[in-house]
Design a protein around this ligand. Sequence first.
Ligand code: APR
Length: 310
Amino acid sequence: MRKKIALIGGGQIGQILAMIAAQKELGDIVILDIPEFENPAKGKALDLMEMAPHGNYDAFITGTSDYKDIAGADVVIVTAGRPRQAGMTREDLLAVNLKIISTVAAGVKQYAPNAFCIIITNPLDAMVYSFYKLTGFPRNRIAGMAGTLDTARWRAFIAMELGVSVADVAGTVLGGHGPDMVPLPRLTTVGGVPLTEIATKEQIDRLALRTREAGTEIVKLFGKGSAFFSPAWSAIVMAESYLRDKRRILPCAALCQGEYGVNGLFIGVPAMISANGVEKIYEIKLTEDENALLQKTIAGVKKTTEETKL
Ligand code: APR
C-alpha cells in the first residue's frame, strides 16, 4: 500500500513540499490548511494532479481543512504558522505560532498518532519542543527541520566560493536554528580535502557568518515571507530517509537526553534517520572553542524554549 504524507500548512513551503514529495513518489499527499485556505489547498492539490501526466508521477494529492483526512498518515510535515517578515526575528513569531502548533498537535495526535513528524514552523527549536510536549509522542518520532537546511546553506556557500561541485562538500552545522548556530569548519571537507587547508580563515569566517544569517538574507531579499524552496527540500530528505529506511545522518533538531550535556531540549545535532525515526544521535568531540560556541547556542534555545511555558 502507498505511504501517506500529511502536510499541515499549504502555503509557500507546503506547496513545494507537495510537489517534491509527488515527484519523488513518496506516497499519497494530503495538504491541510485552515478553513479560510481550504480552497487554495484544494486548488494546489488539483493543480499538482494535473501536473502528474507530464511530471510523470503516481500520487493522489488532495486538499482539506479537516483533520479526519490525515488519518493514518505515515509522515506529517508541519509548516502551519506565520513566516517572518523583514525586520522580524524568528522569536517574534513565538506567541502566534505557539497557538497554531497547539491546534496542529491536537489534530495530529488524534488522527495520525503513529506518524513520523517533521516540524518546520519557526521559531523552530521552541515549536518542535512544543509539539513534543503537546502530543506526548516518543522522541524518535519528532524532529525539527533546521540543521539539514543550515548545513545545505553552508555547503552551498562553500561550493559557490570555491567554484566546486556542491556534491563534494560535506560538513555539519550544530545548535539552534538562529544566528548562534555553529558551522564546524574543522570537520568540513571538499572532496575529502579539509576545508581549513583550501580556504583562508577570512573566507571561512565570512561563509560561516553568511550561513548563520542565511535565513535573514533571504527574508530581506523577498521583502515579504521567508525561504521556501530549500526548507522544503531539506524536510523531504528527512522524510525520505524515514520512509525508505535510508539511514542518512542529517543534522536536525532532536530531543537531547544527555547528549552534548543537554537534557530535555531539542538541539540541532547529527542524527541518523531510519525507519525507526530518529534512531541515533551522534556526539562529536568538540574543541574548547567549538564547545564555547555550542554552549552559547544552547543557552539561546533554552531561553526560547522556556518562553513556551510547556
Ligand atoms: N492549521 C493549518 N494551517 C495553518 C494554520 C493552522 N492552524 N494556521 C496557519 N496555517 C497556514 C496558513 O494559512 C498558510 O497557508 O500555514 C500556511 C503557512 O504558509 P506561509 O504563510 O506561506 O508560510 P511559509 O513560508 O510556508 O512558512 C511556514 O515555516 O520556515 C517557517 O518561518 C516559517 O513559520 C513559518 C513556516
